[in-house]
Design a protein around this ligand. Sequence first.
Ligand code: NAP
Length: 305
Amino acid sequence: MAQIYDSIIIGAGPCGMRIALELKKKNASFLLLDPGTPGGKVNVAPRVDNYPGFTKIPGPDLAFALFERLNQAEIEITPEEVLELKKENDHFAIKTDRDTYYSKTAVIASGTKDRKLGLENEDKLFGHGLTYCALCDGHFFKDQDVIVIGGGNAALKEAIHMLHVSKKVYLIHRRNEFRGSNKLVDELKEAPNAEILTPYIPYRLIGEEKVEGIEIENRETGERRIIKLQGIIPAVGQIPNTQFVQIEGVLNEYKTVPVNRSMETSCPGLFAGGDVLPRDIRQIYLAEHDGIVISKSILTLLGKE
Ligand code: NAP
């Protein structure tokens, strides 16, 4: 008979890491599954503002600090990708790219992935001037011209990061009002090498082997304009990583995971936290908060609190 863990945590971002730390303290048996770099999206955040204790900190530095806590607690991450999450009798069955594991409780803390623009040649130009991560690839655009697309905090922060790398940074957004913070918009407006264009959408990506420019369209006037540049950085939101969930009623129409006050989903024993939840504000400290509530709920359920 295969081992039945007390819990299996899917995703080693701030939420999953926090749960692992709390479960370890109470000697619960668990697996922390994540095929990527520990820390999740924190790793690719150019800058994190207002994380308790820091005014500003680069994402990778914070991710490393969070990961260090796991090291100190001697917690290992199992580097496997989850393909299926099912309920079999009283247990959860979690199939990965290498094995199948069983547990009494489970947690979806798998975060989100970047939404694409959906334009022709987007996949072909990815890695050839088009990137979804300014922090990872921004240095390729040193002293060149780039465009960031989107009006949320991610787009604003990616654009601000590129101000110090590129010669000129365009930011286009499809509405005149920004979803992201006014403070960041002002920071960008004041920069001599930034140009904000609204209400514009990307219409065509230009270049076959590599990015050579972009054609944008004004949503009010229909005017189209070609800008020659070397870098395109779409930052148009996130899609939840929940495609592996095969338990009916757990996901909502947006493929995010609704939970109750104990962070439990509609399926008893299955919890969710962090960016996979349906909420407007997605922050690192909120994911950690979710992790604390989830670990308490799990330990109570297991009779280990
Ligand atoms: P977001 O807030 O959902 O913003 C996505 C932006 O992309 C919106 O402005 C949206 O326009 C635009 N957009 C969506 N589809 C588009 C398309 N097909 N073409 C052109 N534009 C499109 O996503 P996010 O910026 O990735 O942020 C996600 C969450 O993380 C947010 O809650 C955000 O506050 C948070 N975050 C926080 C920080 C921080 O340091 N505090 C940093 C990054 C992100 P509309 O506005 O018209 O919908």
